[in-house]
Design a protein around this ligand. Sequence first.
Ligand code: SF4
Ligand code: MG
Length: 328
Amino acid sequence: KKELLKVTDLKQHFPIKGGLLGRTVNHVKAVDGVNFTVYEGETVSIVGESGCGKSTTGRAILRLEEPTSGQVEFDGINLLTLSKNEMRKKRKDLQIIFQDPYASINPRQTVRQVLEEAMEIQNIAPKSERTERILELMETVGLGSHQIDRFPHEFSGGQRQRIGIARALSVDPKLIICDEAVSALDVSIQAQVINLLKRLQKEFKLTYLFISHDLGVVRHISDRIIVMYLGKIVEIADKKSLFTNPKHPYTRALLSAIPVPDPDNKSERIILEGDVPSPINPPTGCRFHTRCPFATDKCKQEEPVLRTTDEMSDEHQAACHYIEEFTS
Ligand code: SF4
Ligand code: MG
């Protein structure tokens, strides 16, 4: 297995300005020391409630927002050391698809123009060959090449997401970050787009980092799953272990929230109460202790680290003091 992306101690702390002088008075610790690796050809998902730092992690990897600290190695190069210009060129290899393609596609451009521009920026294919490439891409993503001169508003939500996918593909990337890429779509359309992404992964040897709040959605596409809570990873596992042997009480709460109960998951149901605390002053010790039904005094004081046990699979780690006691 080849490491394609390796994220080390990534932090994204947004300053909060205050007072008459507008000094930095505090920080939103949106991502607070995140470590993970993505291997070539796999799909790793990041899940968690809104505000857990999953999208911020994706954006920090691409330097859409400069991270506060850490390392992001892609294909052996630390992206955070690249100049702005070098990074712009690197984006050929790392593309992103957003939840709302409408927000990232110029409504005044036709599909042809959208894709042409993407290729122009990265210097893909001679100009004379671009139209042919666009027609091919449209067929590949199931849009139908006859629609090449249509505008985004002439397409449905699912079709617009296919335009976003075609645009990402047009520069021949290695990694695509899908940030809630199917979240706004109807369930049946979601399934179609996920199937498309799976097919494209095989065809173009793509690697995906799939960001979603919905464990039910990521189960259809992931090889491995990362669960984040308040800026930290609380559990990371291969898909099967995560669904059949979830360890962290937060993961188990997320699983409880999936509408159709999973017959393989025999662990007790945990219903999440209360809101996610503020990432400005996160709870001491285990950040989940304010909502965890198993919290003890130790949890309030000591921060649990990601670790595994003999009973867990090799790929499986969770950050909770009591994982030994949570057996499936
Ligand atoms: Fe709950 Fe304590 Fe485990 Fe945190 S460390 S998840 S508070 S039991
Ligand atoms: Mg988000």
